[in-house]
Design a protein around this ligand. Structure first.
Ligand SMILES: CC(C)(COP(=O)(O)OP(=O)(O)OC[C@H]1O[C@@H](n2cnc3c(N)ncnc32)[C@H](O[C@H]2O[C@H](COP(=O)(O)OP(=O)(O)OP(=O)(O)O)[C@@H](O)[C@H]2O)[C@@H]1O)[C@@H](O)C(=O)NCCC(=O)NCCS
Ligand SMILES: Nc1ncnc2[nH]cnc12
Length: 281
Protein backbone atom coordinates (compact mmCIF):
# COMPACT_ATOMS: atom_id res chain seq x y z
CA UNK A 1 0.00 0.00 0.00
CA UNK A 2 1.31 3.46 -0.91
CA UNK A 3 2.41 5.79 1.87
CA UNK A 4 0.26 8.76 2.94
CA UNK A 5 2.67 11.38 1.60
CA UNK A 6 2.78 9.88 -1.91
CA UNK A 7 -0.96 9.36 -2.12
CA UNK A 8 -1.69 12.86 -0.79
CA UNK A 9 0.76 14.41 -3.25
CA UNK A 10 -0.82 12.51 -6.12
CA UNK A 11 -4.35 13.52 -5.11
CA UNK A 12 -3.33 17.18 -4.72
CA UNK A 13 -1.66 17.07 -8.14
CA UNK A 14 -4.83 15.67 -9.71
CA UNK A 15 -7.10 18.15 -7.93
CA UNK A 16 -5.08 21.12 -9.17
CA UNK A 17 -4.88 19.62 -12.68
CA UNK A 18 -8.67 19.21 -12.69
CA UNK A 19 -9.20 22.85 -11.71
CA UNK A 20 -6.84 23.95 -14.49
CA UNK A 21 -8.60 21.69 -17.02
CA UNK A 22 -11.95 23.20 -16.00
CA UNK A 23 -10.81 26.79 -16.55
CA UNK A 24 -9.04 25.76 -19.78
CA UNK A 25 -12.16 24.20 -21.29
CA UNK A 26 -13.25 26.61 -24.04
CA UNK A 27 -15.79 27.99 -24.80
CA UNK A 28 -17.63 28.11 -21.47
CA UNK A 29 -20.53 30.60 -21.38
CA UNK A 30 -20.28 33.30 -18.70
CA UNK A 31 -17.11 31.79 -17.25
CA UNK A 32 -13.42 32.48 -17.57
CA UNK A 33 -11.81 30.37 -20.28
CA UNK A 34 -8.94 30.66 -22.77
CA UNK A 35 -10.83 33.14 -24.94
CA UNK A 36 -12.39 35.57 -22.50
CA UNK A 37 -13.43 36.38 -18.94
CA UNK A 38 -17.11 35.62 -19.45
CA UNK A 39 -19.18 37.67 -16.98
CA UNK A 40 -16.22 38.19 -14.60
CA UNK A 41 -14.53 41.57 -15.08
CA UNK A 42 -12.34 40.96 -12.03
CA UNK A 43 -10.92 37.59 -13.21
CA UNK A 44 -8.46 36.41 -15.83
CA UNK A 45 -7.37 32.99 -17.04
CA UNK A 46 -3.92 33.34 -15.46
CA UNK A 47 -5.42 34.43 -12.12
CA UNK A 48 -7.65 31.33 -12.13
CA UNK A 49 -4.60 29.14 -12.82
CA UNK A 50 -2.60 30.84 -10.03
CA UNK A 51 -5.53 30.38 -7.69
CA UNK A 52 -5.76 26.66 -8.58
CA UNK A 53 -2.03 26.17 -7.99
CA UNK A 54 -2.21 27.93 -4.63
CA UNK A 55 -4.58 25.19 -3.44
CA UNK A 56 -2.12 22.30 -3.80
CA UNK A 57 -1.14 22.43 -0.11
CA UNK A 58 -4.79 22.60 0.91
CA UNK A 59 -5.69 19.38 -0.91
CA UNK A 60 -2.47 17.71 0.25
CA UNK A 61 -3.20 18.56 3.89
CA UNK A 62 -6.79 17.37 3.60
CA UNK A 63 -5.64 14.01 2.22
CA UNK A 64 -2.96 13.63 4.89
CA UNK A 65 -5.38 14.25 7.73
CA UNK A 66 -7.99 11.87 6.25
CA UNK A 67 -5.60 8.99 5.50
CA UNK A 68 -6.03 7.17 8.80
CA UNK A 69 -9.57 8.36 9.50
CA UNK A 70 -13.13 7.56 8.55
CA UNK A 71 -15.93 10.13 8.25
CA UNK A 72 -16.24 11.77 11.68
CA UNK A 73 -16.84 15.04 13.49
CA UNK A 74 -13.08 15.33 13.98
CA UNK A 75 -12.35 14.92 10.26
CA UNK A 76 -15.10 17.32 9.19
CA UNK A 77 -13.74 20.05 11.45
CA UNK A 78 -10.10 19.44 10.48
CA UNK A 79 -11.06 19.71 6.80
CA UNK A 80 -13.00 22.88 7.56
CA UNK A 81 -9.96 24.41 9.24
CA UNK A 82 -7.66 23.45 6.34
CA UNK A 83 -10.29 24.69 3.85
CA UNK A 84 -10.54 28.10 5.53
CA UNK A 85 -6.75 28.40 5.44
CA UNK A 86 -6.98 27.51 1.72
CA UNK A 87 -9.61 30.21 1.20
CA UNK A 88 -7.32 32.76 2.88
CA UNK A 89 -4.47 31.75 0.55
CA UNK A 90 -6.78 31.90 -2.47
CA UNK A 91 -7.99 35.40 -1.53
CA UNK A 92 -4.38 36.54 -1.11
CA UNK A 93 -3.51 35.32 -4.60
CA UNK A 94 -6.65 36.77 -6.20
CA UNK A 95 -6.62 39.98 -4.12
CA UNK A 96 -10.05 39.24 -2.70
CA UNK A 97 -11.89 37.70 -5.64
CA UNK A 98 -13.75 34.41 -5.05
CA UNK A 99 -12.33 32.02 -7.60
CA UNK A 100 -12.45 28.57 -6.02
CA UNK A 101 -14.39 28.68 -2.76
CA UNK A 102 -16.95 26.17 -4.00
CA UNK A 103 -14.16 24.01 -5.43
CA UNK A 104 -12.24 23.92 -2.14
CA UNK A 105 -15.42 22.56 -0.59
CA UNK A 106 -16.35 19.95 -3.21
CA UNK A 107 -12.90 18.78 -4.29
CA UNK A 108 -11.69 18.99 -0.69
CA UNK A 109 -14.34 16.53 0.50
CA UNK A 110 -13.64 14.21 -2.43
CA UNK A 111 -9.90 14.38 -1.68
CA UNK A 112 -10.53 13.33 1.91
CA UNK A 113 -12.79 10.51 0.70
CA UNK A 114 -10.12 9.27 -1.73
CA UNK A 115 -7.50 9.27 1.05
CA UNK A 116 -9.85 7.23 3.24
CA UNK A 117 -10.51 4.74 0.41
CA UNK A 118 -6.82 4.44 -0.49
CA UNK A 119 -6.64 1.89 -3.32
CA UNK A 120 -10.40 1.54 -3.93
CA UNK A 121 -11.35 4.39 -6.20
CA UNK A 122 -14.88 3.75 -7.33
CA UNK A 123 -16.28 7.22 -8.17
CA UNK A 124 -19.73 6.59 -6.70
CA UNK A 125 -18.31 5.21 -3.46
CA UNK A 126 -16.12 8.32 -3.18
CA UNK A 127 -19.18 10.57 -3.60
CA UNK A 128 -20.97 8.75 -0.77
CA UNK A 129 -18.00 8.90 1.59
CA UNK A 130 -17.55 12.63 0.85
CA UNK A 131 -21.27 13.05 1.54
CA UNK A 132 -20.94 11.28 4.87
CA UNK A 133 -18.15 13.65 5.93
CA UNK A 134 -20.22 16.67 4.82
CA UNK A 135 -23.14 15.57 6.97
CA UNK A 136 -21.22 16.38 10.15
CA UNK A 137 -21.70 20.03 11.09
CA UNK A 138 -18.51 22.03 11.50
CA UNK A 139 -18.97 23.97 14.76
CA UNK A 140 -16.24 26.45 13.86
CA UNK A 141 -17.65 27.90 10.63
CA UNK A 142 -17.73 31.69 11.02
CA UNK A 143 -21.23 33.13 10.62
CA UNK A 144 -21.46 34.63 7.14
CA UNK A 145 -24.42 35.57 4.97
CA UNK A 146 -23.06 34.35 1.66
CA UNK A 147 -24.51 34.76 -1.83
CA UNK A 148 -25.31 31.05 -1.65
CA UNK A 149 -27.25 31.33 1.63
CA UNK A 150 -29.21 34.33 0.31
CA UNK A 151 -30.20 32.38 -2.83
CA UNK A 152 -31.10 29.26 -0.83
CA UNK A 153 -33.34 31.28 1.51
CA UNK A 154 -34.95 33.35 -1.22
CA UNK A 155 -35.63 30.59 -3.76
CA UNK A 156 -35.86 27.48 -1.56
CA UNK A 157 -33.20 25.60 -3.53
CA UNK A 158 -30.34 23.36 -2.42
CA UNK A 159 -26.85 24.85 -2.64
CA UNK A 160 -23.27 23.62 -2.50
CA UNK A 161 -23.59 22.29 1.03
CA UNK A 162 -26.64 20.12 0.33
CA UNK A 163 -25.15 18.92 -2.95
CA UNK A 164 -22.23 17.46 -0.99
CA UNK A 165 -24.36 16.17 1.89
CA UNK A 166 -26.50 14.27 -0.62
CA UNK A 167 -23.36 12.67 -2.07
CA UNK A 168 -23.20 14.87 -5.18
CA UNK A 169 -26.37 13.75 -7.00
CA UNK A 170 -25.67 16.02 -10.00
CA UNK A 171 -22.31 14.36 -10.54
CA UNK A 172 -23.61 10.82 -10.00
CA UNK A 173 -26.73 11.22 -12.13
CA UNK A 174 -25.69 13.70 -14.80
CA UNK A 175 -22.11 14.81 -15.38
CA UNK A 176 -20.22 11.60 -14.68
CA UNK A 177 -22.42 9.24 -16.76
CA UNK A 178 -22.58 11.79 -19.59
CA UNK A 179 -18.80 12.30 -19.45
CA UNK A 180 -18.07 8.57 -19.58
CA UNK A 181 -20.66 7.80 -22.26
CA UNK A 182 -19.34 10.60 -24.48
CA UNK A 183 -15.76 9.38 -24.04
CA UNK A 184 -16.77 6.13 -25.73
CA UNK A 185 -17.29 7.99 -29.00
CA UNK A 186 -15.70 11.43 -28.77
CA UNK A 187 -12.55 13.07 -27.42
CA UNK A 188 -12.07 14.26 -23.85
CA UNK A 189 -12.73 17.91 -24.67
CA UNK A 190 -16.16 17.07 -26.13
CA UNK A 191 -16.90 14.84 -23.13
CA UNK A 192 -16.12 17.74 -20.77
CA UNK A 193 -18.39 20.10 -22.73
CA UNK A 194 -21.28 17.60 -22.59
CA UNK A 195 -20.70 17.03 -18.86
CA UNK A 196 -20.66 20.79 -18.25
CA UNK A 197 -23.92 21.29 -20.18
CA UNK A 198 -25.52 18.36 -18.34
CA UNK A 199 -24.70 20.07 -15.06
CA UNK A 200 -25.95 23.46 -16.19
CA UNK A 201 -29.21 21.97 -17.50
CA UNK A 202 -30.01 20.45 -14.10
CA UNK A 203 -28.22 22.23 -11.25
CA UNK A 204 -29.79 24.93 -9.08
CA UNK A 205 -26.61 26.96 -9.25
CA UNK A 206 -26.68 29.62 -6.53
CA UNK A 207 -24.16 31.66 -8.50
CA UNK A 208 -26.67 31.93 -11.40
CA UNK A 209 -29.50 32.67 -8.96
CA UNK A 210 -27.54 35.36 -7.16
CA UNK A 211 -26.76 37.13 -10.41
CA UNK A 212 -29.89 36.51 -12.49
CA UNK A 213 -32.65 35.35 -10.15
CA UNK A 214 -35.00 32.49 -11.11
CA UNK A 215 -35.33 33.90 -14.61
CA UNK A 216 -31.55 33.75 -15.10
CA UNK A 217 -31.37 30.20 -13.78
CA UNK A 218 -34.22 29.00 -16.03
CA UNK A 219 -32.70 30.77 -19.03
CA UNK A 220 -29.36 29.02 -18.47
CA UNK A 221 -30.96 25.61 -17.90
CA UNK A 222 -33.08 25.83 -21.05
CA UNK A 223 -30.23 27.06 -23.20
CA UNK A 224 -28.01 24.20 -21.97
CA UNK A 225 -30.77 21.65 -22.57
CA UNK A 226 -31.25 22.91 -26.13
CA UNK A 227 -27.57 22.50 -26.98
CA UNK A 228 -27.50 19.05 -25.38
CA UNK A 229 -30.44 18.03 -27.57
CA UNK A 230 -29.11 19.46 -30.83
CA UNK A 231 -25.41 18.83 -30.20
CA UNK A 232 -24.74 22.17 -31.89
CA UNK A 233 -21.69 23.44 -29.99
CA UNK A 234 -21.44 26.54 -32.22
CA UNK A 235 -24.30 27.83 -30.04
CA UNK A 236 -21.93 28.01 -27.05
CA UNK A 237 -20.46 31.23 -28.42
CA UNK A 238 -23.89 32.85 -28.73
CA UNK A 239 -24.68 31.60 -25.24
CA UNK A 240 -21.51 33.29 -23.96
CA UNK A 241 -22.55 36.61 -25.51
CA UNK A 242 -26.06 36.29 -24.00
CA UNK A 243 -24.67 35.39 -20.58
CA UNK A 244 -22.29 38.35 -20.64
CA UNK A 245 -25.16 40.69 -21.53
CA UNK A 246 -27.20 39.32 -18.62
CA UNK A 247 -24.22 39.08 -16.21
CA UNK A 248 -24.85 35.35 -15.74
CA UNK A 249 -22.17 32.95 -14.47
CA UNK A 250 -22.64 29.21 -13.89
CA UNK A 251 -19.86 29.05 -11.24
CA UNK A 252 -21.44 26.08 -9.44
CA UNK A 253 -21.49 24.00 -12.63
CA UNK A 254 -17.84 24.94 -13.20
CA UNK A 255 -16.91 23.60 -9.76
CA UNK A 256 -18.84 20.39 -10.24
CA UNK A 257 -17.27 19.92 -13.67
CA UNK A 258 -13.84 20.15 -12.02
CA UNK A 259 -15.03 17.63 -9.42
CA UNK A 260 -16.25 15.30 -12.19
CA UNK A 261 -12.90 15.48 -14.00
CA UNK A 262 -11.15 14.87 -10.68
CA UNK A 263 -13.23 11.80 -9.87
CA UNK A 264 -12.56 10.39 -13.30
CA UNK A 265 -8.81 10.95 -12.92
CA UNK A 266 -8.81 9.27 -9.51
CA UNK A 267 -10.72 6.30 -10.90
CA UNK A 268 -7.95 5.83 -13.47
CA UNK A 269 -5.30 5.40 -10.76
CA UNK A 270 -4.10 1.86 -10.25
CA UNK A 271 -1.71 0.45 -7.75
CA UNK A 272 1.19 -1.90 -7.92
CA UNK A 273 2.25 -3.37 -4.59
CA UNK A 274 4.85 -0.65 -4.24
CA UNK A 275 3.60 2.46 -5.94
CA UNK A 276 0.74 4.43 -7.43
CA UNK A 277 0.73 5.12 -11.15
CA UNK A 278 -1.73 6.41 -13.71
CA UNK A 279 -3.08 4.00 -16.32
CA UNK A 280 -2.55 5.25 -19.85
CA UNK A 281 -5.56 4.27 -21.95
C1 LIG B 1 -20.70 25.11 2.15
C2 LIG B 1 -19.79 26.12 1.46
C3 LIG B 1 -19.58 25.70 0.02
C4 LIG B 1 -20.38 27.50 1.50
O1 LIG B 1 -21.60 27.51 0.76
P1 LIG B 1 -22.54 28.79 0.59
O2 LIG B 1 -23.65 28.42 -0.31
O3 LIG B 1 -22.86 29.34 1.93
O4 LIG B 1 -21.49 29.84 0.00
P2 LIG B 1 -21.10 30.64 -1.27
O5 LIG B 1 -20.10 31.67 -0.82
O6 LIG B 1 -22.22 31.17 -2.07
O7 LIG B 1 -20.27 29.54 -2.07
C5 LIG B 1 -20.81 28.37 -2.61
C6 LIG B 1 -20.19 28.19 -3.95
O8 LIG B 1 -20.43 26.84 -4.42
C7 LIG B 1 -20.64 26.85 -5.82
N1 LIG B 1 -22.05 26.44 -6.08
C8 LIG B 1 -23.14 27.18 -6.32
N2 LIG B 1 -24.25 26.44 -6.43
C9 LIG B 1 -23.83 25.18 -6.27
C10 LIG B 1 -24.53 23.93 -6.25
N3 LIG B 1 -25.86 23.88 -6.41
N4 LIG B 1 -23.81 22.83 -6.05
C11 LIG B 1 -22.45 22.88 -5.88
N5 LIG B 1 -21.72 24.03 -5.89
C12 LIG B 1 -22.42 25.15 -6.08
C13 LIG B 1 -20.40 28.25 -6.30
O9 LIG B 1 -18.99 28.41 -6.53
C14 LIG B 1 -18.61 29.05 -7.75
O10 LIG B 1 -19.09 30.35 -7.77
C15 LIG B 1 -18.13 31.13 -7.06
C16 LIG B 1 -18.42 32.56 -7.30
O11 LIG B 1 -19.53 32.83 -6.48
P3 LIG B 1 -19.71 34.21 -5.75
O12 LIG B 1 -18.75 34.43 -4.66
O13 LIG B 1 -21.17 34.25 -5.40
O14 LIG B 1 -19.25 35.20 -6.89
P4 LIG B 1 -19.94 36.26 -7.77
O15 LIG B 1 -21.20 35.79 -8.42
O16 LIG B 1 -18.91 36.78 -8.72
O17 LIG B 1 -20.33 37.28 -6.64
P5 LIG B 1 -20.26 38.83 -6.46
O18 LIG B 1 -18.89 39.26 -6.90
O19 LIG B 1 -21.38 39.37 -7.31
O20 LIG B 1 -20.52 39.01 -4.99
C17 LIG B 1 -16.81 30.66 -7.51
O21 LIG B 1 -15.93 30.64 -6.42
C18 LIG B 1 -17.12 29.22 -7.93
O22 LIG B 1 -16.36 28.35 -7.14
C19 LIG B 1 -20.83 29.03 -5.08
O23 LIG B 1 -20.42 30.33 -5.07
C20 LIG B 1 -18.39 26.08 2.13
O24 LIG B 1 -17.54 26.95 1.40
C21 LIG B 1 -18.35 26.45 3.60
O25 LIG B 1 -18.65 25.63 4.45
N6 LIG B 1 -17.97 27.68 3.90
C22 LIG B 1 -17.79 28.16 5.25
C23 LIG B 1 -16.32 28.52 5.47
C24 LIG B 1 -15.52 27.22 5.54
O26 LIG B 1 -15.53 26.50 6.51
N7 LIG B 1 -14.82 26.92 4.45
C25 LIG B 1 -14.00 25.74 4.34
C26 LIG B 1 -14.86 24.61 3.88
S1 LIG B 1 -13.88 23.16 3.61
N1 LIG C 1 -13.98 29.15 -15.10
C1 LIG C 1 -14.51 29.89 -14.12
N2 LIG C 1 -14.84 31.19 -14.35
C2 LIG C 1 -15.38 31.94 -13.35
N3 LIG C 1 -15.63 31.50 -12.12
C3 LIG C 1 -15.31 30.23 -11.84
N4 LIG C 1 -15.41 29.51 -10.70
C4 LIG C 1 -14.94 28.28 -10.94
N5 LIG C 1 -14.51 28.17 -12.23
C5 LIG C 1 -14.74 29.37 -12.81
Amino acid sequence: MQNPHDLSTMLADLAVESLIEEVSLTPKPGLVDMIDQGSHNDLTYSLMVDSAKSLHTTFYNMAMVAYNEGPSQFLREKIGEIGREGERRMFQVTKGVNTHKGAIWSLGLLTAAAAIHKGQFDEIALCYTAGEIAQYEDRFIPHQVTNGIKAIQKYGVHGAKAEAQQAFPHIRKFSLPVFKATLNTFDENTAKLYAFLALMANLDDTCLLHRGGLEGLQYAKQFARRILNTGDFHELRRMNEQFKERNLSPGGSADLLAATIYLYKISQLTFSTEEVYVTIN
